[in-house]
Design a protein around this ligand. Structure first.
Ligand code: FES
Ligand SMILES: [Fe+2]
Length: 395
C-alpha cells in the first residue's frame, strides 16, 4: 500500500502487473501530480465539435484538468483554444456554456480582446509600466488540432504530434461521427459523479452485460465484437448489437431500434487517454467531455449530435434514444454512476484493486493488443501509461 503521508515521488507501484493501488483514487497529493503530469502535461484533450461553435464569433467554455479554457470560432474562420483567463490579473473571462461575440471583455478592468485573442485596448494604458506592449498580452493560446470536426487541445509543447496521438483510433472515430464528422448539435446533458476520474475512465467490457440490463436486451453477450488497445493507451470497443425478441423490460421497443440507414447498430466506444470518449451507441452520436473537479468528483458533459444528412424523423429518433439510453438517468448509464461512487468509497480501504478477466500472464501486455469484448485486461495498458506518466516505480 502507498504511504498516506510524505513525498508522492517516493510512492511505489505494486510489482504484479494486474494490480493497481487503491490509494491513487483518493490521495490529494496524487491528484495534484496528475494535474501537472497528465492534464497539463503531454496529452491531448477533446473539447468540442465544430458544430457547437459553427458561426464566426461563436465560443464555448470547457475545462482541462481544473483549468478553464475558451474555444472560439474567430472572425477569420479559425478555431482557437485559449486559456479562459485574463492576461492582466487572471480573471475568468467567460462563465456561460456558449455564446457569440466579436469581442471578449474582461469584467474586472475592462481589458478588451477580439475573437482571435488579440488585446485591442485597456483603460488607462498610458499609465501602465513603461514598455507595455499590447501584443505581449494576447490571450494565451493552446496547441489545437482537429479530426472529423472534433477539436482537441493541449497546454504542453511536449505532447506528441496529434496524428500520432490518435493513431489507430482514427477510422473508428470517423465511423462514430457518421463517416465524415458533418454533424449538427442536438444538445447536452451534464452530470457530476461522486468519484475519482480514474474510476470513470476505468469502465470496461467485462461489466457491460453484467451491470447493465439494457445490454442484455441488446444481445451484447452473444453479438460479434472486440476491443483493442492502441500504442497510446487508448481503447476501442466495437460490438454489433441486436435485439432480444421480447425486448426485456421495455414496453415500447422503438427507443432501442437501429434506424440509421448508413450504419448497422453498434456499441462503438473510443476511449482516449486520459478522459475523452467518442461514442456511437445504436443511433446515438455522443462526445463526452470530462474533467476532474477534485480527487473525489468528476464532471462529464455529454454532447449529442445528428448527422447533417439526417431527415427530421431520424433526428427526433436520435434525440429520444440519446436521452433515454445515456446521460444521468439513461438506462445504460445510470448504473455506471452508482458503481463509480461505490468504487470511490470502497477505495478508501487498504490494498490493491486487481484485474483478472483477460489477464494472460504475469508480465506487461504488449501493444497493440487484441482483447475479447468482455475483458478488463486492456485497462492495464492504460494503467501502465498512467504509472509511467506519473513516475511511480514498481516494487
Ligand atoms: S483582470 Fe482582466 S482586466 Fe484586469
Ligand atoms: Fe457501463
Amino acid at each position: 500500500m502507498l504511504a498516506r503521508n510524505g513525498d508522492v515521488s517516493t510512492l511505489r507501484w505494486p510489482s504484479k502487473f494486474n494490480e493497481v493501488p487503491k490509494d491513487v483514487f483518493n490521495r490529494e497529493d496524487v491528484y495534484r501530480l496528475e494535474l501537472e503530469r497528465i492534464f497539463y502535461g503531454p496529452e491531448w484533450h477533446m473539447l468540442a465539435h465544430r458544430s457547437e461553435i459553427a458561426k464566426a464569433g461563436d465560443f464555448k467554455t470547457a475545462t482541462i484538468g481544473q483549468a478553464p479554457v475558451l474555444i472560439v470560432h474567430g472572425d477569420d474562420g479559425e478555431i482557437r483554444v485559449f486559456a479562459n483567463s485574463c492576461t492582466h490579473r487572471a480573471t475568468q473571462l467567460k462563465t456561460c456554456a456558449r455564446g457569440n461575440g466579436k469581442e471578449i471583455e474582461c469584467p474586472y478592468h475592462r481589458w478588451l480582446f477580439n475573437n482571435q485573442g488579440d488585446l485591442i485596448g485597456a483603460p488607462g494604458m498610458r499609465e501602465f509600466k513603461q514598455g507595455f506592449r499590447r501584443e505581449d498580452y494576447a490571450l494565451r493560446k493552446l496547441r489545437t488540432a482537429e479530426f472529423c470536426g472534433i477539436v482537441f487541445a493541449t497546454f504542453s509543447d511536449d505532447a506528441p504530434a496529434f496524428d500520432d496521438y490518435l493513431g489507430e483510433t482514427r477510422p473508428f472515430i470517423a465511423k462514430a461521427v457518421g463517416g465524415d464528422g458533418r454533424l449538427k448539435l442536438l444538445g447536452y446533458q451534464k452530470v457530476s459523479f461522486a468519484s475519482n476520474w480514474k474510476a470513470y475512465a476505468d469502465n470496461e467490457g467485462y461489466h457491460g452485460p453484467l451491470l447493465h440490463t439494457a445490454f442484455q436486451m441488446l444481445k451484447w453477450s452473444t453479438s460479434n465484437g472486440a476491443q483493442f488497445m492502441t500504442s497510446h493507451a487508448h481503447k476501442v470497443n466495437h460490438i454489433e448489437l441486436g435485439q432480444l425478441p421480447d425486448f426485456g423490460p421495455l414496453q415500447d421497443s422503438s427507443v432501442i431500434e437501429g434506424r440509421d440507414p448508413k450504419l448497422v447498430p453498434v456499441n462503438l466506444i473510443i476511449s482516449l487517454f486520459p478522459l475523452s470518449l467518442v461514442i456511437h451507441n445504436l443511433d446515438v452520436i455522443n462526445l463526452r467531455y470530462a474533467f476532474p473537479v477534485s480527487p473525489h468528483e468528476t464532471e462529464v458533459h455529454y454532447a449529442y449530435f445528428a448527422h447533417e444528412d439526417d431527415d427530421e424523423a431520424l433526428v427526433r429518433h436520435r434525440i429520444r434514444q440519446g436521452s433515454n439510453l445515456q446521460g444521468p438517468s439513461g438506462f445504460i448509464s445510470l448504473e455506471d454512476g452508482a458503481v463509480f461512487n461505490r468504487i470511490h468509497t470502497g477505495s478508501h480501504t487498504a490494498g490493491n484493486a486487481e484485474f483478472q478477466k483477460g489477464v494472460t500472464g504475469p508480465g506487461p501486455i504488449a501493444t497493440p493488443f487484441n482483447l475479447g469484448k468482455g475483458d478488463e485486461a486492456g485497462n492495464l495498458i492504460r494503467w501502465e501509461h498512467y504509472r509511467q506518466a506519473m513516475g511511480f516505480e514498481r516494487g
